[in-house]
Design a protein around this ligand. Structure first.
Ligand code: 13P
Ligand code: SF4
Length: 380
């Protein structure tokens, strides 16, 4: 009896784990005429024991198999709320899969179909750099008044640092609530690693001044800041950004307003401050989709976020005009690493008794990171 039969019968199978395997040469070709049939077959053979989570930036060919599509907050919640799914195929990027592993039970396994699906913004802060920064704040006597908030787009080790130091995780859909919560507990916020989300939240959502924020450059001694600057700042922003959202400019907004009268500009809060300040609506990927979907027929939208999402939104709303804010095409290259061949490869490997590309966070790290993630899930 093969693993397929065992899975179909719902019996326990002795599945080996192959952490770190990226692809063992068995990756189907994208032009394989049987690829969709293989994907359908594998998905139905795995049944309820597997759940597929798909971030909104995923390709259509992958999203077609997602049991739940969402922004990073919704997917974290879905992972936490589905303890009966033994295997979670996370179609998104590495930090999201780590969070899913932390929020699921010991019996569940999280699989990232391509281990190269990382996030360049998350890589802009290492745990060692963040510890150095904290030590500096301790030396100046400000760490005890500072609450660290880390964006979901960060490693598990940074989430653990945040949990250990009375802080919380946030996503783009609850950054304002997380920062408010932090200011109820302390006098300063250390916001990691996206300077734009941090600044946009502090200034545009909470009404702080631009001068209340300083930027910590991890590559410079003392973050490139003087003692006075650190002591005066209300928000210490890590010098990180998203290269996809960093491309949108004020000029893009002016151009689209010129060529499409009455267009509404809707952007993700990872965009630069000047862009977000001039947009009509700002929100997470989930909020962007909901806003356009709920808008009246005939409305016009210029969207500043990743292109897979925008193209799908345009197709799903043929009664509205949905355009990409920039003229230059821009996908998130790491999100795009997950394609149907990798998903089929990972599902078929599981059916053959091999768990490939399992994302497993170190137990100690997971414990502290979970504290920070649960604080986020409990935000009002
Ligand atoms: P969302 O939480 O809005 O899905 O954003 C995640 C992300 O990586 C945006 O670049
Ligand atoms: Fe990371 Fe930017 Fe891609 Fe989001 S869009 S996953 S922040 S690189």
């Amino acid at each position: 009896m093969g693993i397929t039969d065992l899975l179909l019968l719902g019996k326990e199978a002795d599945l080996g784990s192959e952490r770190g395997v990226s692809c063992d040469g068995a990756l189907p070709s994208p032009s394989d005429p049987d690829l969709v049939e293989r994907a359908n077959q594998a998905r139905s053979s795995l049944g309820d024991r597997a759940m597929i989570l798909g971030h909104h930036y995923q390709r259509d060919e992958v999203i077609a198999y997602a049991d739940i599509r969402g922004d990073s907050f919704k997917l974290a919640q879905a992972a936490a709320d589905n303890p009966s799914a033994e295997f979670i195929f996370f179609c998104g990027v590495h930090f999201m899969a780590e969070s899913a592993d932390i929020l699921t039970t010991q019996n569940q396994k999280v699989i990232l179909p391509d281990l190269a699906a990382g996030c360049s913004m998350a890589d802009m802060a290492t745990a060692a750099q963040v510890e150095d920064c904290w030590q500096e704040l301790e030396k100046l006597g400000v760490a005890k008044k500072t609450i660290p908030i880390t964006y979901m787009n960060s490693s598990a080790a940074i989430k653990a640092f945040t949990g250990k130091n009375n802080g919380a995780v946030c996503t783009s859909s609850n950054a304002m609530r997380a920062m408010k919560w932090a200011f109820e507990k302390g006098e300063k916020v250390l916001f990691l690693p996206d300077q734009h989300l941090g600044r946009n939240t502090a200034v545009l959502s909470l009404g702080l001044k631009l001068e209340d924020c300083v930027i910590w450059n991890p590559w410079k001694p003392s973050g490139g800041l003087s003692e006075a600057q650190i002591k005066m700042a209300k928000v210490i922003l890590w010098r990180g950004h998203c290269s996809v959202h960093g491309r949108f400019t004020v000029e893009n907004i002016e151009n689209v307003r010129r060529v499409l009268p009455q267009v509404k500009v809707l952007v993700h809060p990872e965009c630069q401050h000047e862009v977000v300040a001039r947009a009509d609506v700002v929100g997470s990927t989930e909020m962007i989709i909901k806003t356009v979907t709920d808008s009246p027929s005939g409305s016009k939208w210029a969207i500043g976020t990743e292109l897979n999402l925008v193209q799908r939104l345009a197709r799903e709303n043929p009664d509205k005009e949905v355009v990409f804010l920039d003229k230059t095409v821009c996908y998130c290259s790491t999100m795009n690493r997950i394609d149907l061949p990798h998903l089929v490869w990972a599902m078929e490997a599981l059916l053959a008794g091999r768990v490939v590309n399992q994302i497993k966070v170190d137990e100690q790290v997971a414990l502290q990171a979970k504290v920070a993630l649960e604080r986020m899930l409990a935000l009002p």
